[in-house]
Design a protein. Structure first.
Length: 378
């Protein structure tokens, strides 16, 4: 088989773009490389991400764009106009679109990964240009693709219910945590605490700063927590979009001294941030999978997250779930967990087991099986 994969959203920059979809592409490529030395792969990437940068084996050929295709205004013409021509030129057998979209005029069979349908469920949180294209192109792509990969059962149900696709055409291939998300050695953790002058206890959030992450509710809940507790809230993550109201509300609530925005957290230090935290909170309204809670559990940190979308599926019995807009419920859950050391220890052990239930190797194996089934049927 000669398989072409759209990896234009694979990012090695220290920004909000190096988030869920980028990690999915990176891990899929790495694990396909481990399990498949037989088939040929053509990997299309954005400017600067070359063969040497990705360190893939000889049966993987990396074609880096001359243009910054991580920008949607550049990537969309590539996906819909240039990709069909390239696929004919290299005589590929199958194309895999890794973020909701495939070339609508693809000359070969396609597989598409659907991460979420946030642009349909929460259109107000997207820029109009991105939303209109994603809505149209996703609806057309799932109709034309030979198979659809969904990153959770929740996403699969949405593809069936909202886009009208038969369930038998959809295969769930879960996200998972990467290898370095493990509890650090005590000496390493202490050195990290000293480096950043971290308090003995703190509440941590990690994720892009955007409306869907529901940080306004977290601020309101933390305002109640701060009236009876001195444990600070640390907010880690790159600035996404439409986050002006968040900082305005921070000032109105008088929380500037107790809520610290620590910016984008470097990959190599992210497990240390999780492990240092007393509680990890993730109040997102909607997630196709929800990686940060799983990463936090893998590092031994108790998790409180929303009871919506895929999040209960991700944390299972290892996390505490609260209705996303329930300010009182969030405040109570945080305070109760801060006070209950035994419960934190129990959630820590449950979290380790839950994180181990997800595997990137399994995702790569199921993805390769889908490729083989599609081309076998063709």
């Amino acid at each position: 088989m000669h398989i072409a994969i759209n990896a234009h959203l694979l990012s090695h920059t220290q920004s909000f773009r190096r988030a869920g979809v980028s990690h999915y592409i990176e891990q899929l490529l790495q694990h396909l490389a481990q399990i498949d030395q037989k088939n040929r792969y053509q990997i299309y990437t954005t400017r600067g991400l070359t063969q040497a940068a990705l360190n893939l084996p000889p049966n993987f050929t990396v074609a880096a764009s001359f243009w910054p295709t991580i920008n949607p205004r550049v990537r969309i013409p590539w996906e819909q106009l240039l990709a069909p021509l390239l696929l004919r030129k290299i005589k590929a057998d199958l194309f895999h679109g890794t973020l909701n979209v495939v070339p609508l005029a693809s000359p070969i069979p396609t597989v598409v990964t659907i991460h979420d349908l946030a642009f349909i469920q929460f259109p107000q949180t997207f820029r109009p240009y991105n939303r209109i294209y994603l809505d149209f192109a996703t609806r057309m792509s799932v109709k034309r693709a030979s198979r659809i990969l969904a990153v959770s059962e929740h996403t699969k149900r949405e593809v069936v219910g909202i886009l009208g696709i038969p369930a038998e055409r959809i295969v769930v291939t879960y996200d998972a945590v990467r290898q370095h998300f493990v509890p650090p050695a005590p000496t390493t953790l202490e050195a990290f605490r000293a480096k950043y002058e971290l308090p003995a206890q703190f509440i941590l959030y990690v994720g892009t700063l955007e409306p869907r992450k529901n940080l306004l509710t977290l601020l309101e809940a933390y305002h109640k927590v701060a009236q009876v507790s001195n444990v600070p809230l640390l907010v880690g993550g790159g600035k996404g979009w439409m986050n002006g109201p968040l900082f305005k509300r921070l000032e109105e609530l008088g929380l500037r001294e107790k809520v610290k925005f620590v910016g984008y957290l470097a990959e190599e230090e992210l497990p240390l941030w999780y492990a240092a935290a007393t509680i990890f909170v993730f109040p997102s309204i909607y997630e196709g999978f929800g990686m940060p809670p799983l990463e936090a559990m893998a590092c031994g940190t108790p998790v409180i997250t929303s009871n919506s979308s895929s999040l209960p599926e991700v944390v299972g019995p290892a996390g505490i779930t609260v209705a996303p807009m329930d300010v009182e419920g969030w405040a109570k859950a945080i305070l109760d967990l801060l006070k209950d050391k035994a419960l934190r220890a129990e959630l820590r052990e449950r979290g380790f087991r839950q994180a181990q239930a997800f595997s990137w190797r399994t995702t790569a194996e199921k993805t390769l099986k889908v490729y083989e089934e599609v081309l076998g049927q063709s």
